[in-house]
Design a protein around this ligand. Structure first.
Ligand code: OOG
Ligand code: NI
Length: 266
């Protein structure tokens, strides 16, 4: 467990930048030299007792976070929860999802169990767990079998435990007032956006608008060779005020469903 929130987020950011070099360029493009506030950071896992959502969440609960919303993604066989810091409104929100293994094929389950058998029980309690990557060896052949059934499972097998994306709080950017402006700046600079469900997911009516880049790529070493695959992406979120005047802090399942596809291979 980490003793400070800043220390944990710094370590997550450094790990994320190695796989997502475009995030640093975009950070400069949007921040124009000023600090950027993170709306949220997201993680992926399997709903296996060894590494389930709760094991990841524990690292945030000890740092003052509490559980907030929950979300269901039936077609993708995912379940997610989001967490907010109890007292620090500037602390990034945390979104953690897990693949519901019992709903997946016996073939997928067998590959994942083979990976998880290699995981030391003590891993999830270690301070670096949330940016420890893949504690397993998996073959490219198994990766491809996972990919046939679940893009999420395949990404997780290749990249493991780390921030899957950071998210710029567009509300806090001084040079950009809308997500359209952010998206135009990104496209003009040559970045590819996730267009699944439209470039902008959500609307003022649901109090949240989101867009994201398509993931960068990285070379992944499998037990039987290397492959270049989508790594991590950068997201942009604009939040709207609730009737009481405070900003909406939740997520929108229909939008999140499309954001997951930012790491799709095709
Ligand atoms: C999470 C996708 C959902 C959001 O902000 O709605 C999400 C993921 O890709 O792991 O980040
Ligand atoms: Ni997100």
């Amino acid at each position: 467990m980490h003793s400070s929130l800043n220390e944990l987020f710094d370590a997550l950011w450094q790990d994320y930048l190695v796989l997502t070099p475009s995030a640093l360029e975009i950070h400069r493009l949007l921040g124009e030299g000023e600090a950027i506030l993170n709306d949220h950071v997201a993680f992926r896992t399997f709903n296996h007792p060894k590494v389930g959502l709760d094991k990841l969440a524990a690292h945030f609960l000890v740092l003052g976070y509490e559980q907030k919303g929950e979300y269901h993604f039936e077609a993708k066989k995912l379940y997610a929860r989001h967490f907010e810091h109890k007292t620090d409104p500037l602390a990034p929100k945390v979104f953690i999802s897990e693949l519901l293994l019992e709903q997946c094929s016996p073939e997928l389950q067998a590959i994942v169990v083979g990976m998880l058998e290699q995981v030391d029980e003590r891993l999830t309690g270690q301070s670096n767990f949330l940016y420890s990557g893949t504690p397993w060896q998996v073959s490219y052949q198994d990766y491809q079998a996972l990919l046939e059934e679940s893009e999420y499972a395949a990404w997780l097998a290749a990249y493991g435990f780390r921030a899957n994306h950071f998210t710029v709080s567009v509300n806090e950017l001084s040079g950009f007032d809308s997500l359209e402006e952010v998206n135009s700046a990104l496209k003009n600079a040559g970045y590819r956006l996730n267009t699944s469900g439209g470039e902008i997911k959500g609307s003022p009516e649901v109090l949240l608008e989101q867009s994201s880049t398509m993931a960068d790529t990285a070379i992944v070493e499998f037990s039987d060779g290397k492959a270049e695959l989508p790594s991590c992406f950068y997201e942009f979120a604009l939040r709207y005020a609730k009737p009481d005047g405070s900003l909406y802090t939740g997520f929108v399942a229909a939008s999140a469903d499309k954001i997951f596809e930012s790491t799709n291979v095709r």
